[in-house]
Design a protein around this ligand. Structure first.
Ligand SMILES: Cc1cc2nc3c(=O)[nH]c(=O)nc-3n(C[C@H](O)[C@H](O)[C@H](O)COP(=O)(O)OP(=O)(O)OC[C@H]3O[C@@H](n4cnc5c(N)ncnc54)[C@H](O)[C@@H]3O)c2cc1C
Length: 408
């Protein structure tokens, strides 16, 4: 089947690639523009559970995911000497706790999607080092001016360009209008696995106002470092990697444990990522023939652990609605929004009171958080934790005719 519809997808992250895949499989022309010069590496483990796992299954991605799945057995909280004061094996929460039964690094999941896109063939035009400078829309389509100088017309544009989306700014207005700072920053980067790390286990060290952790990577020789900082927003940090790393060093100076090793390796990390913890709330997910997808339209911050799930579920619904009625793309966008909103409402909820509960500012607060963490893993409270972590499981994923095309 081939339709006349031609969709421009801005952003080649999880959201952009996950929508392009079912579109081209359904015979819809898709052009993807990614601002980076190639696939962006980086990011720690993301988990697939409930509806997002169902999407991965329906898209036929599970063999690729299983081949790259992380060997992650559980999570510990450690003190400054490395002693684990809380241990949470994955099976303690039936694979529905902080470590899900399917964990894969963000970069690897993106590669699985790119491999599937390469196999899908179809009418796909993928361009790196490209982005949209300006656009105007009328009743029948969208005229887009690209950074490289070309001007092209599309039937529909999807902004899947992340939490600081340029498409959102161009069409809906400045970021400040839709973004809420959640009180801190997060950073991820790859480091050589330090001696003393328990293979297959994620370990977190909490200190007042900050946390540092280490998490398994696909290659046992390397690990993913995680940093969370509770600090006032500082716009000067946006593009200043030196200032970002100085802040991390300062806030983790007293953390002990493996922190000196992690901080030493940070400067040479090939994939250092640092961003604010922010939430994006939009009054609507589309305006005319431009739709927002993933972090660009709905971000709950990495604290929810649901960014990838929202991107996958949103992509599936958007592609499904477009494929179901390619002659009415504007109607499809309205149905996409109506269908995905109940999922987003649950997925954007912050666990356990957000950053102020996670990262207290004083030693007494830290002791309290430690006590609460111990309590949460106690046998009587485990069902509560499972319920908290699987709040989106009640969402019923719609089915679309593209299911059969995708499982081919
Ligand atoms: C390098 C990286 C590492 C991450 N690591 C983690 C992590 O460890 N844990 C976690 O919870 N979340 C992480 N995230 C965020 C997580 O990927 C998202 O929450 C989730 O997967 C939804 O993805 P997305 O595609 O909407 O956004 P993103 O993953 O942010 O993808 C957006 C893509 O759009 C591209 N882009 C940006 N501007 C433009 C533009 N103007 N034109 C075209 N392309 C553009 C970006 O280069 C990027 O590839 C990371 C994001 C990135 C980019």
């Amino acid at each position: 089947m081939s339709t006349e519809l031609h969709v421009l997808v801005c952003g080649g992250g999880i959201a952009g690639n996950a929508v392009a895949l079912p579109l081209v499989r359904a015979g819809i022309r898709a052009t993807v523009v990614e601002r980076a010069s190639g696939p962006r590496p980086g990011g720690q483990a993301v988990d697939l559970r409930g509806p997002s796992r169902e999407v991965a299954e329906r898209m036929g991605l599970m063999p690729g995911i299983r081949a790259r799945q992380l060997d992650e057995r559980g999570m510990t909280y450690v003190d400054r000497t490395g002693h684990a004061y809380v241990r949470m094996p994955a099976e303690m929460f039936d694979g529905k706790g902080p470590v899900a039964d399917i964990e894969i690094t963000r970069g690897d999941l993106n590669q699985v999607l790119l491999d599937a896109l390469a196999e899908a063939g179809g009418a796909l035009d993928y361009r790196y080092g490209e982005w949209v400078e300006a656009l105007t829309q009328d009743e029948d389509g969208v005229e887009v001016a690209f950074a490289s100088g070309g001007v092209e017309r599309f039937d529909l544009v999807v902004g899947a360009d992340g939490v600081h989306s340029a498409m959102r700014r161009l069409v809906f207005g400045p970021e400040e209008r839709f973004s809420t700072y959640l009180g801190g920053y997060t950073s991820y980067f790859t480091v050589p696995t330090p001696a003393g790390v328990e293979p297959g286990w994620m370990a977190m060290r909490m200190v007042p106002r900050a946390a540092v952790g280490i998490r398994p990577d696909a290659d046992p020789a390397t690990s993913k470092a995680i940093v969370m900082l509770r600090v006032d927003a500082d716009p000067a940090l946006r593009r200043d990697v030196g200032a970002q790393q100085r802040l991390i060093r300062r806030m983790l100076a007293e953390a002990g444990w493996l922190t000196p090793h992690i901080l030493d390796a940070m400067a040479d990390a090939p994939d250092f990522y640092f961003d604010e913890l922010a939430r994006i709330d939009m009054p609507h997910l589309s305006a005319g023939r431009v739709a927002l997808l993933g972090d660009a339209g709905y971000c709950g911050s990495p604290m929810t652990g649901m960014g990838t799930a929202m991107a996958m579920v949103g992509a599936y619904l958007l592609a499904g609605e477009l494929a179901a009625d390619p002659a009415d793309p504007v109607g499809a966008l309205a149905r996409y929004e109506a269908g995905v909103t109940p999922f987003l409402e649950k997925a954007k909820e912050l666990p356990g009171g957000g950053l102020s509960m996670m990262l207290p500012t004083t030693r007494i607060g830290s002791m309290l958080t430690r006590a609460v963490t111990r309590l949460m893993v106690s046998r009587p409270l485990r069902p509560v934790m499972i319920r908290m972590m699987s709040g989106t499981d009640v969402y019923e994923l719609p089915s679309y005719p593209l299911d059969s095309a995708s499982s081919a």
